[in-house]
Write a protein that binds this ligand. Structure first.
Ligand code: FAD
Length: 415
């Protein structure tokens, strides 16, 4: 079958890879000049089933409200006259109950854990290089009460098989020597030894090269303007470089998916949630961290990616704004230096920001809507890198009419 994948982020490229392995003739269309130039460009790199908690949960509405007058919250709402923001926001608020948070977290865990297995198989098959590290992830807590809450919250995932160790400050320093200087100023950490990290951008580019070598066509610098339907089928994709046709289409446009789907009359419950990252060089003269983690107090993630240290922070609901306020990065730099003094060349940080394509539930959207040849693989929110390989495998299986391998309840588009 001839299949066009719309979008060349980590989701589109992994999808193209598995479709090509199934023998399909695949073309990926992206408006950028290379793969992974959107949200997949410089994320935290965490592959973290151990952190598969839904973002919509009790307590979050109060944090969002506080963010109206405070700038120091990790989660912020910047209200706009945007009907999409408000209709999505109401759906998000409806998910902020204990019951919904539990269901959504378990679904996130299901696709994340499956994805980790698929990723490991892909690594074994291809030997793909992406600065991977399988040393686990530390979820750091500053005070005893927060650590207790973190441990209690983890029970949900532990009951489903996620391995967890509780570490005190000394234990943290054993796993991550660069944290030793914090001493008793941290209470400890939840450590998930099976979580891992790696460079999403490097992975996507390397897999894109492998896919191109296997016959996948990449149509870059091509902006999709509209998807045109003929009754219950998609007939063509209209772009600034002309029309493209195929037997089937997969939408993997990340945060732009709802904007393009709207032209077809399909309303995807996805809204962009902005996050920031900084990447610092690490040389032999630095005592940088060796692994990855999340400072749960600051809601800041870090990961060592070869000779670089990546930090990310903030979830800002502010529409499609991609501005890079200097004050945001100055605060991140200060926090990074305090966490890892002498750990990197903090004078030469590269700044970036991206938009997480978040559904109210936090789970991705698979399956088809009203058009029998248009498949969705989108809406992976804060965990698209973690969920990518599994989501791509699921999509290839659905298109082939095979069993998807996991229970997709709550993750299939309903129109
Ligand atoms: C700060 C931050 C930290 C994160 N950390 C993590 C993490 O540690 N672990 C994790 O699992 N996830 C993380 N994420 C989430 C993860 O990065 C995303 O879920 C994932 O990258 C989404 O991939 P995607 O392919 O769906 O979207 P994208 O990477 O945005 O890909 C969509 C592609 O579609 C293209 N496109 C869009 N519109 C058009 C158009 N009209 N025509 C043509 N092409 C178009 C874009 O150019 C883009 O290449 C983080 C995100 C952020 C912002």
């Amino acid at each position: 079958m001839k299949i066009i994948v719309l979008g060349g982020g980590v989701i589109g490229v992994t999808t193209a890879w598995f479709l090509s392995r199934d023998g399909h003739d695949v073309t990926v269309i992206d408006r950028e000049e290379a793969v992974a130039d959107g949200t997949s460009f410089a994320n935290a790199g965490l592959l973290s089933p151990g952190h598969a908690f839904a973002w919509a949960r009790p307590g979050v509405p109060a944090t969002l409200l506080r963010s109206f007058w405070r700038d120091d919250t990790g989660l912020r709402l910047r209200p706009r006259l945007d009907p999409d923001m408000w209709s999505w926001g109401l759906k998000f608020l409806a998910q902020c109950t204990h019951g919904r948070a539990r269901v959504n977290s378990l679904r996130k865990l299901r696709i994340s854990a499956y994805s980790q297995d698929v990723l490991h198989d892909l690594i074994a098959d291809t030997g793909i290089a992406f600065d991977p590290d399988r040393g686990g992830i530390l979820y750091l807590h500053r005070d005893a009460a927060a650590l207790d809450r973190g441990i209690a919250e983890m029970r949900l995932l532990v009951d489903e098989g996620v391995r967890m160790e509780v570490l005190d400050a000394q234990g943290c320093a054993r796993v991550e020597p660069a944290l030793a200087h914090l001493g008793a100023s941290i209470a400890g950490a939840v450590y998930c030894p099976d979580d891992e990290h790696g460079d999403c951008n490097k992975f996507t580019r390397a897999l894109g090269d492998l896919a191109a070598g296997a016959g996948v066509t990449f149509q870059f610098n091509t902006t999709i303007q509209e998807i045109e339907a003929d009754g219950a089928s998609v007939a063509r994709v209209r772009t600034d470089k002309g029309n493209f046709t195929a037997d089937a289409y997969v939408m993997a446009l990340g945060p732009q998916s709802p904007l393009v789907a709207r032209g077809l009359g399909v309303k995807l419950p996805i809204y962009p949630v902005k996050g920031y990252s900084m990447t610092f060089p690490v040389t032999s003269s630095h005592q940088g961290p060796i692994g990855s983690g999340v400072d749960e107090g600051l809601l800041m993630a870090w990961s060592r990616l070869g000779d670089r240290l990546r930090l990310t922070s903030t979830a800002e609901i502010a529409g499609y704004d991609l501005s890079r306020p200097p004050a945001q990065y100055a605060a991140m730099r200060r926090a990074a230096e305090a966490l890892f003094p002498g750990g990197a060349d903090f004078d030469h940080g590269e700044v970036w920001c991206g938009l997480r394509p978040l559904t109210p539930e936090g789970t991705p959207i698979f399956g088809r809507g009203r058009h029998e040849n248009l498949w969705f693989n989108t809406g992976h929110g804060s965990m698209g890198w973690t969920m990518a390989c599994g989501s791509a495998r699921v999509t290839a299986d659905l298109i082939a009419g095979r069993d998807a391998g996991i229970d997709l309840t709550g993750m299939v588009l309903t129109e």
